[in-house]
Design a protein around this ligand. Structure first.
Ligand code: NAP
Ligand code: GDD
Length: 344
């Protein structure tokens, strides 16, 4: 039996780490593109890493950046993947208002660079694009595959570009290229400046007496939060179908930020109102009020269904933070002084 090879961009991110785990379990050889940084950025995948000299090694990392098309083409030639999971992006919505040009270069054009590299190298590989519910923006819920896009951030605009680039390469060149339109998904591996992780960290640290308050922005926004470890299975299933197509992946239930906060603090026996303060630096110039995904197509065609809903997610994220503190992993204040400086 031939062993399948996958290339994951964004392998050091939340989703990349869960997807790498899943594909290794399925017997794949996994190649990951990692951008060079002056500090190590591989913490989420360190547990999967084996020295490449080890004959058992099945995960290999390569330097590359979404802004460097030549490198991307070279990497594809070198790796010759059967499946490409394109997860890398400037993925923070609030940051995209500060860095709209970079977000467009990385998140939008980066996708075209990858698609064009696949086309010009002529590799018969399958391509997954990490599309986002952020593309629906102001369109009323529930949102599904035929809901019009009305993005409300430079990030959302960039993802709409990437979505259509993916569809265009499918239609123009017959490429097996799909969009997974994923609604918010979280985990203990979530970046600490996204609201769920920020709140889970704060609840645990406040319980442990390490901090008193956490500053947040809009508590009224509603999101459809699922569990990242389950969502990567849907990505894989999308690339195993006979025909390429686009799918919404979501739980179908939304909660306000306030409700999520309430769940996290209640889990450690605290009243959130004693510990949450408002800071307008966390507001966005334009916001999305309510995202609720209708993932019935993914259930019908892919047989994919979520099992973890927001209340359980809140508990498991807070428990992971408490475990970390118990093991002496003293997380920095949430956000850390440097993150607070840039307003996240
Ligand atoms: P994440 O944790 O922010 O990870 C993003 C990844 O992209 C990281 O590996 C990051 O590398 C890499 N990256 C960023 N800029 C890059 C560049 N210029 N060149 C190469 N790599 C770069 O995001 P995530 O939550 O795993 O999400 C994965 C993808 O799904 C993203 O495209 C995101 O926009 C999309 N998405 C996420 C959600 C969600 O709720 N999580 C929902 C819908 C869509 P570093 O580790 O070095 O920063
Ligand atoms: N980050 C953050 N920090 N968000 C806050 C805060 C805060 O202090 N206070 C309130 N919020 C609100 C935001 O205004 C937003 O309405 C909601 O919490 C969720 O914010 P994030 O966790 O930053 O996620 P997001 O919904 O903007 O974007 C995430 O989901 C998208 C899918 O819909 C990201 O993962 C995107 O990459 C992804 O595409």
């Amino acid at each position: 039996m031939t062993v399948k090879k996958a290339l994951i961009t964004g392998i050091t991110g939340q989703d990349g780490s869960y997807l790498a785990e899943l594909l290794l379990k399925k017997g794949y050889v996994v190649h990951g593109m990692v951008r060079r940084a002056s500090t190590f950025n591989t913490q989420r995948i360190d547990h999967l890493y084996r020295d490449p000299h080890d004959p058992e090694a099945r995960m290999f990392l390569h330097y590359g950046d979404l802004t460097d098309g030549t490198r991307i083409a070279g990497l594809l030639e070198q790796v010759q993947p059967d499946e490409v999971y394109h997860l890398a992006a400037q993925s923070h919505v609030r940051v995209s208002f500060d860095e709209p040009e970079f977000t467009g270069d990385c998140t939008a054009l980066g996708t075209t660079r990858l698609l064009e590299a696949i086309r010009t190298t002529g590799l018969p590989c399958r391509f997954y694009q990490a599309s986002s519910s952020e593309m629906f923006g102001a369109s009323l819920p529930p949102q599904h595959e035929r809901t019009p896009f009305h993005p409300r951030s430079p990030y959302g605009v960039a993802k709409v570009y990437a979505y259509w680039a993916t569809r265009n390469y499918r239609e123009a060149y017959g490429m097996y290229a799909v969009n997974g339109i994923l609604f918010n998904h979280e985990s203990p591996r979530r970046g600490p400046t996204f609201v769920t992780r920020k709140v889970a960290m704060a609840a645990a640290r406040i319980k442990a007496g390490l901090q008193d308050v956490v500053y947040l922005g809009n508590l009224d926004a509603r999101r459809d939060w699922g569990y990242a470890a389950e969502y990567v299975e849907a990505m894989w299933r999308m690339l195993q179908q006979d025909e390429p197509d686009d799918y919404v992946v979501a739980t179908g239930v939304s909660h306000s930020v306030r409700e999520f906060v309430e769940h996290c603090f209640a889990h450690v026996g605290l009243d959130w109102r004693d510990h949450v303060r408002f800071d307008d630096r966390y507001l966005r110039p334009s916001e999305i009020d309510d995202l609720v995904g209708d993932a019935s197509k993914a259930a019908r065609v892919l047989g994919w269904r979520p099992t973890v809903l927001a209340p359980e997610l809140a508990r498991l994220m807070v428990d992971a933070e408490l475990d970390g503190l118990g093991q002496g992993v003293v997380a920095t204040a949430s956000p850390s002084p440097a993150q607070a400086l840039v307003g996240l």
